[in-house]
Design a binder for this molecule. Structure first.
Ligand code: FE
Length: 341
């Protein structure tokens, strides 16, 4: 009899503790690699008492992990720095639709998922940066113009395995078609100053070191370089200026991508997941993003950081962001075909 009671007490305790766990924690699979995220989670923990557990890896690894774990995945949320991966996760059936429309109220409608499977947290533009010494601003115009032979041996960019480049190529396919994009890529590759290598920051450092004159990079990396504690990085940031391509009256605007979040299909802590999304899209958290990571806020009323404001406002390509996922495989084929390493 005593054994029998013990069994039920034990059962009760375990169910209590697992319920507790459900109430008080949240599990994020995140690809983001910026310091600002730790600040955000810490503030959220202080505010709500909900413990935030983060598993970091690259997006493909996290997606594979969710597939392998299936219904038993502990992940509540998936965060990535590329909308293409949000689209892919949606396409694979890994996420659930977000029914709480109040989440979308403070977000620029152009940045939203029309199908409501993911929520943008920040956006960024993939811009051209140019050497202040060797390039005149008037020489720059569009992404298409990077194919011009005047840039021969002068253009720096990272490898084609990078999602930021895949998104840019996808945007070109969606806007100018497969054939034109393929020709563009071939000419761009022939303008490379060196074989693609390193990060976006490394391309800027290479301009500072005279290895090339222009580079394709995400906007916030210039803010991160200029606010760095390392003198070498500050100097690299100072050696270049930011140029937003395709700003002419009849042009589509600069390519943008979002960092975004999705709730997993079987999120064990769904209520907490929604709370965190609401927190990260709140006015105060949006200000924390722009002032620490130099990204742009998805809330139109939140101004960019001062460093970023100096680059001026720019016209954004209004393309449906899901196209950056839908065109991904075609983009990868163009990279391979045109020898973009
Ligand atoms: Fe990044």
């Amino acid at each position: 009899m005593r054994l029998f009671i013990c069994f039920f007490v034990a059962l009760f305790l375990t169910s209590c503790s697992s319920d507790n766990k459900r109430l008080n924690e949240i599990n994020i699979y995140s690809q983001r690699h910026y310091k600002v995220d730790e600040i955000q989670y810490k503030k959220f923990e202080e505010l709500t008492g909900i413990k935030v557990n983060v598993t970091k890896a690259n997006a493909d690894e996290l997606i594979q992990r969710m597939i392998n774990e299936g219904e038993n995945s502990p992940a509540d949320l998936f965060i990535t720095v590329d909308v293409g991966k949000l689209w892919q996760g949606t396409d694979l059936g890994l996420f659930q639709k977000i029914n709480d429309d109040s989440i979308f109220n403070n977000i620029d409608p152009n940045l939203l998922d029309v199908n409501k499977y993911w929520v943008p947290l920040t956006y960024r533009s993939r811009v051209i940066v140019y050497s202040n010494e060797r390039v005149n601003k008037n020489e720059l115009s569009t992404y298409e113009d990077l194919a011009n032979e005047k840039w021969k041996n002068r253009l720096l960019v990272r490898s084609s395995s990078n999602a930021y480049n895949q998104a840019l190529m996808s945007s070109l396919i969606a806007n100018i078609g497969l054939e034109e994009t393929s020709k563009w890529s071939e000419a761009v590759v022939s303008n490379f100053a060196r074989d693609p290598k390193g990060s976006d920051r490394d391309q800027v450092k290479a301009i500072a070191a005279g290895q090339g004159d222009i580079a394709i990079v995400n906007s916030y990396y210039i803010g991160l370089l200029l606010s760095s504690e390392k003198e070498e990085e500050i100097n690299a940031g100072k050696s270049v200026s930011v140029f937003f391509p395709n700003q002419g009256e009849n042009e589509r605007g600069a390519h943008i991508n979002v960092s975004g979040i999705a709730i997993t299909k079987n999120a064990p802590n769904k209520v907490n997941a929604i709370k965190l999304i609401k927190y990260l899209t709140s006015l105060s958290a949006q200000k924390t993003y722009v002032n620490n990571s130099y990204e742009y806020s998805v809330n139109p009323s939140v101004k960019p950081d001062e460093i970023v404001q100096k680059w001026g406002e720019f016209k954004k390509d209004p393309l449906d962001l899901n196209m950056l996922g839908i065109k991904r495989n075609e983009a990868i084929r163009i990279f391979d075909k045109t020898g973009w390493k």
